[in-house]
Design a protein around this ligand. Structure first.
Ligand SMILES: *[C@@H]1O[C@H](CO)[C@@H](O)[C@H](O)[C@H]1NC(C)=O
Ligand SMILES: *[C@@H]1O[C@H](CO)[C@@H](O)[C@H](O)[C@H]1NC(C)=O
Ligand SMILES: *[C@@H]1O[C@H](CO)[C@@H](O)[C@H](O)[C@H]1NC(C)=O
Ligand SMILES: *[C@@H]1O[C@H](CO)[C@@H](O)[C@H](O)[C@H]1NC(C)=O
Ligand SMILES: *[C@@H]1O[C@H](CO)[C@@H](O)[C@H](O)[C@H]1NC(C)=O
Ligand SMILES: *[C@@H]1O[C@H](CO)[C@@H](O)[C@H](O)[C@H]1NC(C)=O
Ligand SMILES: *[C@@H]1O[C@H](CO)[C@@H](O)[C@H](O)[C@H]1NC(C)=O
Length: 476
């Protein structure tokens, strides 16, 4: 019987068909639903990525912490789940949080929001000395919800690290009170059993809460950016950041201006970590189709590629981490004078397109393009709008339930020349404009589409370096 069941299972796997082009180098779960990246940390040459995971379904629910490790951000090993919601204090979920090291870097501590059966959000901790097996602290919950904070709005603890020594300065937690959203900064002892409120980092009465707070500090200039995913009542979730000054002693962050978008597309709930002095940021890309379309695939959601982040006086800058370019193959560089339409000398569905565009009027890059299917995703450099637009209305010829076809508009300063890096990965594109403005989008072209890339313009000069990605990437 067991053998017949196994054969049936294998047969089912073999005939399962995924209706749309899948990705080849964006991190995803092997099975189940993922959302926010959690506890990103680099220890002894190994990247640990944890992530919100429903192991048994392609929709949100029953939230665990999944765990994967990699030495190069390309080859990933999925380990046993780090946190399972099976204690009284986390019966309704092990929600988002961060990681830090203690005991002379020999212990990894995971701080997470433990949601109990009454849906109270408190903070918990789990530790590991082998980097694989995490044990919840007997002192959990280590931080109950304070009286002035709404019990269902107190989450996403994130350690703040001194950018030079990498020592833990404290922990920021996103919160909501009767007045609105705020972020609280605490000092903790090494095993996170003692919490001392230092101050309110920031508050904004127009938001309901501050999700996934994260502070990025430039160790050389002292410039700081406070990243939050803001939940406005009745409005779409937005990932944003404020530039400003961080006062560790007071636990306060003073913004020097309004919130800016961290990216203009599908990314949400990003988190960053230090890797030998570099700051890498990873965000969650929610699938835009209904779960009915994801059942065959068996998993939902992906992470953005890791992005290296820097700060200057104008804001945050992002570009794909060098590890992504390190897997480039079949690279070709050259120049095109475009009067009409010209093909780029590369095709495939996992592409790196690095372009410098100098044109009059629009210059349009067509990716995952298939004229026989009428599929075309357009990345338009539009000087009139001072924006780069990802147009996905014609991206898919499939009648997928729930597909989002709205344009992703990436505001950008389009001058005499514009630098673009376009990452194409089957159903995902990420677009970096002058390392300053970023947008990502799900596009769901049909599987048959092997993609080409074309450029069209009335008159444009384009310098390019293009190549294949995904050859060195795998998840096991
Ligand atoms: C919780 O789940 C983990 C992983 O399956 C298991 O090792 C542990 O024993 C469980 N704990 C309880 C209290 O059931
Ligand atoms: C800390 O760890 C390092 C390397 O793992 C070791 O050489 C050193 O002796 C440790 N220090 C203490 C105080 O344990
Ligand atoms: C722990 O590791 C971090 C970065 O990996 C390093 O900066 C720090 O000096 C280490 N601390 C100790 C006590 O070894
Ligand atoms: C995990 O760690 C706990 C606590 O140290 C220990 O009791 C358990 O045996 C470990 N499990 C594995 C699989 O190593
Ligand atoms: C946490 O560390 C303190 C010392 O800082 C110690 O007294 C306490 O027993 C520890 N608690 C747990 C649960 O490990
Ligand atoms: C430029 O692109 C925009 C879309 O980004 C489009 O609406 C507009 O018609 C285009 N302009 C020209 C002259 O083709
Ligand atoms: C998805 O679309 C198909 C075809 O239009 C329809 O039969 C099915 O009920 C839809 N499923 C959901 C979950 O909406």
């Amino acid at each position: 019987m067991a053998r017949i069941a196994l054969l049936l299972l294998l047969a089912t796997i073999a005939i399962a068909t995924v209706p749309f082009a899948t990705t080849t180098y964006h991190f995803h779960a092997l099975k189940g639903w993922i959302n926010d990246p959690n506890g990103l940390i680099y220890v002894d040459g190994q990247h640990h990525w944890f992530f919100q995971l429903n192991p048994d379904d392609v929709v949100w629910g029953n939230i665990h912490w999944g765990h994967a490790v990699s030495t190069d951000l390309l080859k990933w090993t999925i380990l046993d789940n780090a946190l399972t919601p099976n204690s009284t204090f986390d019966a309704n979920g092990c929600w988002s949080g961060g990681a830090y090291l203690s005991d002379n870097n020999s212990t990894i501590n995971l701080l997470y929001t433990c949601v109990n059966a009454a849906n109270e959000q408190q903070q918990c901790v789990a530790t590991s000395t082998d980097g694989k097996n995490f044990t919840k602290s007997p002192a959990n919950p280590v931080l109950p919800t304070p009286a002035n904070i709404l019990p269902n709005q107190f989450r996403d603890p994130q350690p703040i690290f001194n950018p030079t020594t990498e020592a833990v300065e404290g922990v920021v937690i996103g919160a909501g009170s009767a007045q609105g959203g705020l972020a609280q900064f605490y000092h903790i002892n090494p095993n996170a059993t003692e919490w001392t409120l230092v101050g309110t980092m920031m508050a904004d009465d127009d938001t309901r809460d501050f999700e996934c707070p994260d502070l990025i500090i430039d160790g050389t200039t002292g410039r700081a950016a406070f990243c939050v995913s803001l939940e406005y009542e009745g409005k779409t979730h937005h990932n944003g950041y404020f530039l400003g000054t961080w006062d560790e002693g007071a636990g306060s962050f003073t913004p020097t201006g309004d919130a800016k978008r961290l990216e203009h597309g599908d990314m949400y709930a990003p988190r960053s970590y230090l890797v030998d002095g570099r700051r890498l940021l990873v965000g969650w890309l929610n699938d835009e189709v209904d779960s009915s379309e994801l059942v065959e695939l068996g998993y939902a959601g992906a992470m953005t590629v890791p992005r290296e982040v820097t700060i200057d006086s104008t804001g945050l800058h992002q570009r794909p981490a060098d590890e992504i370019a390190a897997m480039l193959s079949n690279t070709v560089s050259g120049k095109l004078a475009v009067w009409g339409t010209e093909p780029l000398p590369i095709s495939g569905h996992a592409l790196w397109l690095e372009l410098v565009v100098a044109g009059r009027g629009n210059t349009t890059v067509h990716v995952m393009h298939d004229s026989s299917l009428g599929e075309d995703t357009r990345v338009v450099v539009n000087p009139d709008m001072q924006a780069v637009i990802i147009e996905r209305a014609d991206s898919s010829s499939l009648a997928l339930n729930g597909t989002v076809t709205t344009d992703v508009v990436i505001p950008a300063s389009i001058g005499s020349s514009t630098g673009l890096v376009i990452l194409v990965d089957g159903s995902i594109v990420e677009v970096f404009v002058d390392e300053t403005s970023v947008g990502s989008a799900h596009i769901y072209p049909s599987k048959a589409n092997r993609g080409g890339a074309l450029i069209s313009a009335a008159q444009s000069d384009v310098r390019y370096t293009v190549g294949l990605l995904g050859q060195g990437f795998f998840i096991q």
